[in-house]
Design a protein around this ligand. Structure first.
Ligand code: TYM
Length: 334
């Protein structure tokens, strides 16, 4: 039976937060643990370079993400784990893809506009090309499933468009990749506005946060009097109810909602119990991470063999595409 290819990645913009974990990593792990899947999981360091970055820390930040991946449950015996820039074929494919994509379409994407708002002073060509490179990441392995949060849907739409255009124009056989969804596909910000994001201070809980840090981050979530005649659908209270549902179960969330409509809620207790529940899920991940941090050779070894395996597959696609585009398939003069 042919296996279903899966690809996912995260930027190397520091350590993972609960949004990355629940929206993406959990899906990555679930797919890895099914026998009929072949999974490629990378750190998208080239995507990190689409906005201002520091050359002194960029590789260390990639390693940080790899450590979080491994600690959370990605298994190098089941998945191919690598750093994107160590498989340069992605860049070559993204160039070929960029020939079938219009500039207007890329600059109208909501994800592009959001990044421009965050970094208005310098909008690079690399940033405009972000979704094209992401399409290359996925399609170079002919991946059909992509475990990512809901915010990445516009990028998957671009990948499907590119696959159709390349197949129609040049006769390639790229699949049209779909998003693999998890129940954490959208984790709201602790500020009560927008999504949890590393670029918004006060919005996130990191996978590496200890109990006291989690407690103090939750303490800042804005609340109300604890009573009302309607369950809030947005804002801090809605965020807390959602987090309770994810970490303490639906029943507990229902219990709080009932209290909210009746005798009222003590947010101090709710937040403390929630902090305990979050920490008890994160503690084993943190313990595993501490062990891995001491074992840098093991981690580097995973990356070397991951990049080798990924490159072998990526080179097959590159040679196919070069040939379909009328170029020398081997890329060198013979
Ligand atoms: P990044 O680093 O922005 O996000 C990594 C993953 O975390 C998910 N995510 C969330 N999910 C739920 N709620 C949130 N608040 C939240 N915040 C982040 C994102 O949806 C994503 O799955 N462009 C990608 C990186 C990438 C990639 C790829 C992904 C590059 N090439 C190829 C898949 C396939 C990104 O968003 O990274």
């Amino acid at each position: 039976m042919n296996k279903t290819r899966v690809l996912a990645g995260m930027r190397s913009s520091g350590r993972l937060h609960l949004g990355n974990y629940l929206g993406a990593a959990k899906g990555m792990i679930a797919l890895q643990n099914k026998n009929n899947n072949e999974c490629f999981y990378m750190v998208a360091d080239l995507h990190t370079m689409t906005t201002p970055f520091d050359k002194k820390t960029i590789r260390a930040q990639s390693i940080d993400v790899i450590l979080d991946y491994l600690a959370a449950g990605l298994d190098p015996n089941k998945s191919t784990i690598f750093i994107q820039s160590e498989v340069p074929e992605h860049i070559e494919l993204s160039f070929y893809f960029s020939t079938v994509v219009s500039l207007a379409k890329m600059t109208h994407l909501p994800t592009f506009k959001e990044k421009v708002r965050e970094n208005p002073d310098f909008v690079s060509i690399a940033l405009v090309n972000y979704p094209v490179l992401m399409a290359a990441d996925i399609l170079i392995y002919k991946a059909e499933l992509v475990p990512v949060g809901i915010d990445q849907e516009p990028h998957l739409e671009v990948a499907r468009d590119i696959a159709k255009k390349m197949n129609g124009t040049f006769g390639t056989n790229f699949p049209e990749p779909k998003r693999f969804t998890t129940k954490g596909e959208y984790i709201p910000s602790l500020t009560g506005e927008g999504k949890m994001s590393k670029s918004i201070e006060g919005s996130y809980i990191l996978l590496t946060d200890n109990y006291e840090q989690i407690k103090s981050r939750l303490a800042k979530v804005p609340t109300d009097s604890g009573r009302g005649n309607k369950i809030p659908e947005s804002g801090g209270v809605a965020v807390l109810f959602k987090a309770v549902e994810i970490f303490e179960g639906k029943e507990k969330a229902e219990e709080y909602k009932k209290a909210y409509l009746g005798k009222g809620i003590q947010y101090k207790n709710l937040k403390e119990n929630l902090a305990k529940a979050i920490y008890s899920e994160l503690k084993p991940i943190q313990e595993k991470r501490k062990k891995l941090e001491k074992n840098t050779d093991y981690v580097e070894q995973i990356l070397v063999s991951g990049a080798q395996k990924a490159r072998t597959e990526a080179q097959k696609t590159i040679s196919e595409v070069r040939s379909k585009l009328g170029l020398n398939p081997s890329g060198v003069l013979s």
